[in-house]
Design a protein around this ligand. Structure first.
Ligand code: HEC
Length: 92
């Protein structure tokens, strides 16, 4: 394999790994991407729909799908934990 191509592939691989991992900041992502359709008051309103941790996760997935961001599982989990820690407080 020619060297430049080899380095290009390595860069791509590490780039993708970084995106899925430490680079994700749930709070920042939420502020930047999740407050377009509703603000965080939907999480604390009286008649909120989410009533358990698994439902919270599936709601996050649904909203992510609406948004078209296609988050990795790891990022869905950090986002779910962020919402749970700050708003829902379900036992784990
Ligand atoms: C395309 C518009 C849209 C975007 C963007 C969006 N949501 Fe939503 N979200 C909705 C709608 C619509 C509801 C349902 C509101 C209702 O039932 O009144 C909802 C509800 C929710 C709920 C449930 C609230 C409850 O009742 O307990 C959660 C949690 C949630 N969204 C999380 C997110 C997260 C996390 C993101 C960012 C990834 C996000 N949303 C981005 C449209 C959106």
């Amino acid at each position: 394999m020619k060297k430049p191509l080899y380095f290009a592939i390595l860069t791509l691989l590490f780039g993708a790994a970084a995106q899925a991992g430490e680079d994700f900041h749930a709070e920042k992502f939420h502020q930047a991407s999740c407050t377009g359709c509703h603000d965080s008051s939907v999480y604390t309103r009286k008649k909120r729909r989410v009533d358990s941790l698994p439902r919270l996760e599936s709601q996050v997935r649904m909203c992510d799908a609406n948004l078209g961001k296609k988050l990795f599982d790891d990022d869905i989990h950090s986002l779910t934990n962020y919402l749970n820690d700050n708003f829902y407080h379900f036992g784990k």
